[in-house]
Design a protein around this ligand. Structure first.
Ligand SMILES: [Cu+2]
Length: 414
């Protein structure tokens, strides 16, 4: 005989299972991506994103935004992160608020993973189509197998309009036009509901009787075999045979209706062509680098030699997507995200033009709240406390040279 307690126990068990299953369908909206919590060395010593451009700040549903720019794959890639042999150019957004209509590296379409080479620089472009209205933080991102997602800078983009207006038409290889956004959606709901119901029926059948304690007692007293009746066995067979038959029949029916299918394409694309970068005529040696914790400033002593034929000045230091500018040399006109831009963040002890053939020792200070806000200062607690970044020099004609720096960073707490 079933007691009230047993009934309550089994009902709550079923309710718990249903709640757990339903929870899998619940995906709340997130507006940030934890970009600040990614280890500082990951952002400083892996992929350096620069020259970025988000084509628009505001778009209507169905309109497109292009994100383009360059990334430098740091030659001193950390040992604790797998090398970018299998990398996927992605976009960091909170769910499918945009769809990716296409992405390119070095002018080549890259719908799948690519192999990147350390020390090389690539240009890239991602075409996005707006889907869900709202304010979204849109980041560049590189997914590296064995390394995780490596996040680039994010910029707020507003999507206006209504999601119900969103369309995603494609032409299949057999010449049919269909809208991927709504294609067969009722069919998908129908079959999810059917199998959900079958699953719940299965759970309900086994949880309806007395569970836990009566069964535990039966097992403990050696009567475990009495727990499963011949009726239970029949029900089990009906579920098993029914599921196999239904699957076989439905698979056959689907194959008849859609005779031509191709699998999702995977694999790694090799031979992506990097940008041909001129050998820099400016040579930089990092003599030492310290981070002053109270001042939120990094100070580098550099020995700079100009081997070119035009005098140069230092205009920018960029690390982990934070740009420190020397305001006398460079002003940002690209609309780079404010929180990642230290417009007057770079101070150089002597930034008068460095003549061709001249060598000078300079002290360069990169200071901004971003060191703390973006948790880059956490670097000083790493067992391999190094920083890396890009220095940009400008000659008289405004030509730019990019020089990579990489050095140990010693913290100073006073
Ligand atoms: Cu973000």
């Amino acid at each position: 005989m079933k007691t009230i307690k047993d009934k309550v126990a089994s009902l709550s068990f079923v309710a718990l299972l249903m709640a757990l299953t339903a929870a899998m369908f619940y995906t709340p909206t997130a507006s940030a991506h934890g970009e600040k919590s990614q280890a500082a060395f990951m952002r400083m010593r892996t992929i350096h994103w620069y020259d970025l451009n988000w084509s628009k700040d505001e778009v209507a549903v169905n309109e497109t935004v292009t994100i383009s720019g360059k990334f430098h794959v740091f030659g001193g890639w950390p040992e604790s992160v797998d090398e970018p042999d299998v990398s996927f150019l992605n976009i960091g957004i909170p769910g499918p608020v945009f769809i990716r209509a296409g992405s390119w590296i070095g002018g080549q379409l890259v719908p799948r993973s690519v192999a990147l080479s350390l020390g090389e620089t690539y240009d890239f472009k991602v075409l996005l189509k707006a889907r869900r209205p709202g304010d979204w933080h849109v980041h560049t991102m590189m997914n590296v197998q064995g390394g995780g997602p490596i996040i680039g800078p994010g910029k707020w983009v507003t999507i206006t309009g209504s999601m119900s207006q969103f369309v995603n038409p494609i032409v299949t290889l057999t010449g049919k036009t269909l809208d991927l956004e709504t294609y067969n959606i009722s069919n998908i709901y129908f079959w999810h509901a059917i199998w959900y119901a079958v699953g719940v029926a299965w759970m309900w059948y086994w949880a309806k009787g007395p569970i836990f304690i009566p069964r535990q007692l039966a097992v403990a007293s050696g009567k475990a075999s009495t727990l499963i009746s011949s009726g239970d066995k029949k029900v089990g067979i009906v579920f098993l045979v029914g599921t196999i038959v239904a699957n076989a029949y439905l698979m056959g029916a689907t194959n008849d209706e859609y005779p031509v299918t191709t699998p999702l394409q995977a694999g790694t694309m090799r031979g992506i062509i990097p940008l041909e970068m001129p050998v820099p005529s400016v040579n930089v040696v990092v003599d030492d680098a310290t981070y002053r914790v109270p001042g939120r400033a990094m100070q580098m002593s550099l020995t700079v030699t100009n081997n070119g034929d035009s005098s140069v000045r230092l205009g920018e230091f960029m690390t982990a997507s934070v740009r420190f500018l020397e305001p006398n040399v460079l002003e940002d006109e690209t609309g780079y995200p404010d929180d990642l831009l230290a417009e007057e963040g770079l101070t150089v002890s002597d930034n008068s033009p460095l003549a061709p053939g001249e060598t000078r020792s300079i002290s360069v200070t990169a200071s901004d709240a971003a060191w703390e806000v973006y948790r880059l200062a956490d670097l000083i607690y790493d067992p391999d406390s190094r920083f890396a970044g890009l220095l940009f020099f400008f000659d008289e004609a405004g030509n730019r040279q990019m020089v990579m720096v990489d050095s140990a960073l010693i913290p100073s707490f006073i």
